[in-house]
Design a protein around this ligand. Structure first.
Ligand SMILES: [Zn+2]
Length: 74
């Protein structure tokens, strides 16, 4: 999965999710970034938070949502 030559550094990324016809964009999602291939690895806890937040947004009925992602948001 992780290439042999790359260095993994802390960074962030933008995640776009399409869910039930809604488009959700999360900016500044914490990720580990490989400086060799540019691959981004998102922690499973962060992914869980993302999906949970996405479900809540979809339930509120919006079709397009762009927001900064904060891991600490309850
Ligand atoms: Zn790599």
């Amino acid at each position: 999965m992780i290439c042999k030559n790359g260095q993994i550094t802390k960074g962030d990324t933008t995640v776009t999710l399409e869910k039930e016809g809604a488009t959700l964009v999360f900016k500044h999602v914490p990720a580990m970034v490989c400086d060799n291939c540019g691959e981004k690895y998102i922690d499973s806890e962060v992914t869980k938070d993302l999906l949970k937040t996405a479900s809540e947004i979809v339930q509120s009925g919006v079709e397009l949502d762009i927001r900064n992602f904060k891991k600490t948001a309850a």
